[in-house]
Ligand binder design. Structure first.
Ligand code: ADP
Length: 247
């Protein structure tokens, strides 16, 4: 099977104002693995995620997705092949649920029948049957339903890699747990490689195969399976972070 992982080597991002968001990061997300990036706000998690699909350009270092250097690829083509889910989703407000999920397949030139079949399949998977929800507009959905549409849209073209930034943040706590569980089942079924940013350590423990704890400047304080991070924090920084959110 082709490699679908994400590899960052000596990645640095210095913003034009001199802020070093990520100083020198080495990180590998293996094929089919879910990795959660956690840590206090401002420590470079989102910057790291967004360098993978080139929404932000690294200052130096190399990032490979499925073995290919992202800087050698056209950013638009690259992004169409990488699912991206963010808080509040960013659905197109004037397009129906069906059209939202079918957008990228359409851009990639899938034929109509293939796109409709895929859209129906995905909406079913995320619990929003197309017969009921397909023709609704985003404003006719609850926050949790919108988030599901966002996940369905991101998975429409079967991307080998999915990036998620606080994907369930906008959903109420009860709905969030349900969505998280459903997402975990979906990911296992599809084998997608996932890099996700969350401030919620419980979300990280529930969903991730490994957790990367960041401190300022994109420094890795600990990278391990969730139980190790929560039960055996590598240092006081990790212990404090885990204690803050696990209580
Ligand atoms: P996190 O996702 O962990 O909250 P970010 O990656 O968003 O962290 O930000 C890391 C650091 O980079 C912060 O100090 C933030 O203020 C800074 N930063 C983020 N975006 C920009 C930008 N466009 N210009 C300058 N500094 C930025």
């Amino acid at each position: 099977m082709a490699p679908t992982g994400i590899v960052l080597e000596h990645v640095r991002k210095e913003y034009p104002d001199g802020t070093v968001a990520v100083a020198d990061l080495d990180l590998t997300v293996n094929s089919g693995e879910v990795m959660a990036l956690v840590g206090p706000s401002g420590c470079g998690k989102s910057t790291t995620l967004r360098m993978v699909n080139r929404l932000i350009e690294p200052t130096s270092g190399v990032i490979r997705v499925a073995g290919e250097d992202v800087m050698a690829q056209d950013p638009v083509t690259l992004r169409r092949g990488i699912g991206y889910v963010i808080q509040n989703v960013g659905l197109f407000p004037h397009r129906t649920v069906e059209q939202n999920v079918g957008t990228v397949p359409g851009l990639l030139g899938w034929d109509k029948a293939e796109t409709s079949a895929r859209v129906a399949e995905l909406l079913e998977l995320v619990g929003l049957p197309v017969d009921t929800y397909g023709l609704r507009y985003p404003h006719e959905l609850s926050g949790g339903e919108r988030q599901r549409v966002g996940v369905a849209r991101a998975l429409a073209v079967r991307p080998p890699v999915l990036l998620m930034d606080e994907p369930f943040g906008a959903v109420d706590p009860q709905g969030r747990r349900r969505l998280q569980k459903e997402f975990a089942a979906l990911q296992r079924e599809l084998g997608t490689t996932v890099m996700m940013v969350t401030h919620d350590i419980r979300e990280a423990v529930l969903l991730a195969d490994r957790v990367a704890v960041f401190s300022r400047g994109g420094r890795l304080e600990q990278l391990d399976v969730p139980e190790q991070v929560t039960e055996h924090p590598a240092n006081d920084f990790v212990a404090d972070f885990v204690a803050d959110f696990a209580s």
